[in-house]
Every structure is written in structure tokens, then in C-alpha cells.
Design a protein around this ligand. Structure first.
Ligand SMILES: O=C(O)/C=C/C(=O)CC(=O)C(=O)O
Ligand code: MG
Length: 217
């Protein structure tokens, strides 16, 4: 199972992202706390690996970083119970949910979808696959992000509003989860803008770090 799951980018499965899953982040953007998980999809064409650059999409004047824990699904399922959720986890990734915040604000005002703001090419930089046994408790891992060596985000998955078992169970009521699918679990507070030439470095406890440079497209 793990060998196929570790190729999640090649499998080309879906990316289900959770928004406003950390209280302090919901508040920093002036949003009310969600009463149930808020979901959106990112296309798998948005994946990039280390060595590739994050490209600011054409017309975007406010590209934000969001560091997130990604769950890689290892076993397919629909209507998964919270009790069974852990058995569907194949491993993890560290991910950035790069967001064209100006596009998102415009879409929010008009009641339009966030596809462009969240799904443009290079909007999902990811680390290599992390084996499930490298993280004994995914509900207690530190997530941090620096821009040009300055710490901008420093959170812990313990502060999620909706737990990982709840997210897997809730999402699988609506989307059948398949091997290689990725769930982005939301970002802690401290999101902010990056510009051309900036270097983003992010890490997940002592398990993984990754670096990406930003450039104008
Ligand atoms: O509602 C907003 O203004 C912004 C929400 C997000 O971008 C949600 C996320 O992607 C997140 O919380 O990680
Ligand atoms: Mg996000």
C-alpha cells in the first residue's frame, strides 16, 4: 500500500482542502468560526515538488503562504467512521496552500468559487511522502513557516477546530476517498504575502523541512 500511496502526485488523485480549521486564522481574516468543515478542491496540476518554483499567477497582487499538514489516503472508502479513520491514512505530507488572496477576496464579494485563487499552477508545493509511522500522533505536530528566514507561522495541529478523524469521516460522506487522495487540513495563523525572489521554508516538527522560491510568472 505505502509504495503506491507514496506516489500520490503521479496517481493524480484529488486534493480536498479544509478552510478556516484554526480559530486564530479564521479570526485574522475576519471570518466567523465554521460549524462544520468548510471544503474546497485544488486540482492535482497545482502540485510542485522541491526544486520547482512557486509562480505568482498573472494579475495577482497578493499571493499568500499557508502551511498545512496533508493527509495521504492509503485505503479507499466512503462513509468512513471516525473510529476507522486512522486505518485509511497511508501517510503524510507537508504542503503549502498558496492562495491568491486578492482573487479570493473578489470571488468572496461576488459569491464566486475560489478555483482560481486556490488552484492555479504551482499553488500546491509539497514535501516528499512521510511514512505513517514517522508521525505517532498527527494531532500534536508543530507546523512552521519562514519567509526569507523570518518566522511567519508557528502553529500546532492540536489547535485544529475539526480533528483529523472527523475530517476524514465528514469528507467521505460526500467524496469517496481513494488511494493517493490528499486532504489539506487547514492553516494556522500568520498567513501573509510573498513576492518575487522570496524564499519560503517550512517544517513539520522534526520530521521534514522544505524550501521553495517564488517568482513572477
Ligand atoms: O475565508 C477566507 O477569507 C479565507 C479562507 C482560506 O483561505 C481558508 C484556508 O485555505 C485555510 O484556512 O487553510
Ligand atoms: Mg488553506
Amino acid at each position: 500500500m505505502a509504495s503506491k500511496v507514496s506516489q500520490f502526485m503521479q496517481l493524480g488523485r484529488k486534493i480536498v482542502a479544509v478552510g478556516r480549521n484554526y480559530k486564530a486564522h479564521a479570526h485574522e481574516l475576519g471570518n466567523a468560526l465554521p460549524s462544520k468543515p468548510m471544503l474546497f478542491l485544488k486540482p492535482t496540476s497545482s502540485y510542485i515538488a522541491e526544486g520547482e518554483k512557486i509562480r505568482i499567477p498573472e494579475g495577482c497582487t497578493s499571493l499568500h503562504h499557508e502551511v498545512e499538514l496533508g493527509i495521504v489516503i492509503g485505503k479507499p472508502g466512503s462513509r468512513i467512521s471516525e473510529q476507522d479513520a486512522a486505518s485509511h491514512i497511508g501517510g503524510y505530507i507537508l504542503a503549502l496552500d498558496m492562495t491568491a488572496r486578492d482573487f479570493q477576496e473578489e470571488a468572496k464579494k461576488k459569491g464566486h468559487p475560489w478555483s482560481l485563487a486556490k488552484g492555479f499552477d504551482t499553488s500546491c508545493p509539497v514535501s516528499g511522502f512521510i511514512d505513517k509511522d514517522k508521525i505517532s500522533d498527527p494531532s500534536k505536530v508543530r507546523l512552521w513557516l519562514k519567509v526569507n528566514d523570518s518566522l511567519k507561522q508557528d502553529g500546532n495541529t492540536g489547535d485544529m477546530i475539526f480533528s483529523i478523524p472527523h475530517l476524514i469521516s465528514y469528507i467521505s460522506r460526500y467524496f469517496r476517498l481513494e488511494e493517493g487522495d490528499v486532504i489539506l487540513t487547514g492553516t494556522p495563523e500568520g498567513v501573509g504575502p510573498v513576492g518575487s525572489g522570496d524564499v519560503i521554508e517550512a517544517g513539520l516538527s522534526d520530521v521534514v523541512t522544505m524550501k521553495f522560491q517564488v517568482e513572477q510568472s
